[in-house]
Design a protein around this ligand. Structure first.
Ligand SMILES: Nc1ncnc2c1ncn2[C@@H]1O[C@H](COP(=O)(O)OS(=O)(=O)O)[C@@H](OP(=O)(O)O)[C@H]1O
Ligand SMILES: Nc1ncnc2c1ncn2[C@@H]1O[C@H](COP(=O)(O)OP(=O)(O)O)[C@@H](O)[C@H]1O
Length: 419
């Protein structure tokens, strides 16, 4: 992440940070006025009060912790300005930091550096003030939705009773966001003329808080009445249609690439799934060219592999990767990346013991590592954190390659990913 301290020509340090997707969505709502009366990220007093009794420290009702976390190692402190960037690097806002806590909280009012210009349905992301002006003096019935509306008749009848204009507020966040907006546009066409739509990037919270927050947002958009649309029923597709990433992890020489290649071939022979094998050598030559075997570079290598694999899985593909991936936290990051795109993550630990890997020493690397010619060699002079969350653990000592491949295929078949 490009979170750093940059230096401008006059040597003034520019403090910047890339918030996560949830924080960026909250930021947009703070800037647009949809989170009124909030004008910035909460400090510790407000936070404690909100958590304790659903009110800000001054007693104003507010249901949720709208906060920004910047790791304690970042140089920002109270009294400074922090520029917030989106993941593409565009500066979106400045926080005038009023408080910085030891556990990472950064609080303070935010100022916009320009409205979001792109993203699906950007033109429908209008501010509450714009929408209120458009709807004029009539009472407004706001309907917040996270999925399709199932009872347009009820909405029409309520609006008629109140003599109100209807405002659909699709709460678009993450992968499913565009589908919610499409559902709102479809509903608009079936509702009385004059029904308006404004997209609200409200990240979901736990149900009660979500509902309270929706009330606040609806009120900011000028609603006199608020209806919460039904919760979407999300039926994940069957596993053989879902994307899946199979990550082999283990020491050098444990058998990861041999089994991964065998699995790739077996899946192509069966057919029925699109398969991508991110070969370790190819990755190190292209995607991760120039990276070393330091902890930072190994982590970056694994994140890059995880990113590409999750893009494959996003579109329903099956991705196989076989790096050493020695660190548990980084493997976990990949799991989250994959799950975030609605795909499944399968971890195979090729747990062939070091002694056997060293005995095989296919590339002569262990001998060089022992001789100190290759520094920081996994298992010899660099750590390997054994997984405790593997879906399958294979010690290939005395095992044929076919049997190893069959056990992985068996796992994928029993999980329904392969038929
Ligand atoms: N210092 C050190 N430690 C471990 N491995 C080393 C090192 N230097 C080079 N090699 C060779 O690089 C291969 C491992 O690369 P990976 O990309 O899988 O490693 S990592 O996941 O980023 O840790 C690994 O290949 P495999 O044997 O296929 O695992 C080694 O051949
Ligand atoms: N059951 C098995 N599964 C995988 N590899 C095995 C097995 N039995 C012996 N081997 C041998 O072990 C070596 C593993 O090397 P490789 O697949 O390159 O490991 P890695 O990718 O983990 O570094 C190969 O020479 C392979 O033929």
């Amino acid at each position: 992440m490009a979170n750093a301290e940059q230096t401008t020509a006059d040597a003034e340090p520019v403090l910047e940070w890339v918030p996560d997707a949830h924080e960026l969505a909250d930021l947009e709502l703070l800037l647009s006025g949809a989170f009124a009366p909030l004008t910035g990220f909460l400090g510790s007093a407000d936070l404690a009060s909100v958590v304790e009794n659903g009110r800000l420290a001054d007693g104003t009702p507010w249901p949720d912790a709208v906060t920004l976390t910047v790791p304690p190692g970042h140089p920002v402190s109270a009294g400074q300005e922090l520029t917030l960037r989106d993941p593409e690097g565009a500066a979106v806002a400045v926080v005038k930091v009023t408080e910085r806590t030891a556990d990472g909280l950064v609080a303070g009012p935010v100022t916009s550096l320009g409205a979001p210009e792109h993203g699906p349905f950007a033109r429908l992301r209008r501010s509450p003030a714009e929408v209120r002006a458009e709807l004029g003096e009539r009472p407004v019935l706001a309907v917040t939705m996270r999925g399709p509306l199932d009872d347009l008749g009820e909405i029409t009848a309520t609006a008629r009773e109140l003599d109100a204009a209807i405002l659909l507020l699709p709460l678009a966040f993450g992968e499913g966001g565009p589908a919610v907006v499409r559902a709102a546009l479809k509903a608009r066409d079936a509702l009385p003329k004059g029904t308006a739509v404004a997209v609200v990037p409200l990240a979901p919270r736990e149900p009660e808080i979500d509902l309270e927050l929706r009330e606040h947002v609806a009120a900011a958009f000028g609603a006199h009445e608020h209806m919460a649309g039904p919760e979407p029923v999300t039926l994940p597709g069957p596993p053989h249609r879902r994307g899946v990433v199979v990550l082999f992890t283990g020491l050098s020489g444990s058998g990861k690439s041999t089994i991964a290649r065998g699995l790739h071939d077996a899946l192509l022979e069966r057919g029925g799934r699109t398969v991508t094998y991110l070969d370790g050598d190819v990755v190190r030559r292209l995607l991760s060219a120039g990276l070393t075997f330091s902890k930072e570079d190994r982590d970056l290598n694994i994140r890059r592999i995880g990113f590409v694999a999750s893009e494959v899985a996003r579109h329903g593909g099956l991705a196989i990767c076989a790096p050493i991936a020695p660190y548990a936290a980084t493997r976990d990051e990949v799991r989250h990346m994959v799950e975030a795109v609605g795909a499944d993550f399968v971890l195979v630990h090729v747990a062939t013991p070091l002694a056997e890997c060293e005995r095989r020493d296919r590339k002569g690397l262990y001998a060089k590592a022992r001789a100190g010619i290759i520094p920081a060699f996994t298992g010899i002079s660099d750590p390997y954190e054994e997984p405790d969350d593997a879906d399958l653990t294979l010690d290939t000592t005395g095992m044929s390659v076919d049997r190893a491949v069959d056990s992985v295929l068996g796992l994928l078949t029993s999980g329904g990913w392969v038929r």
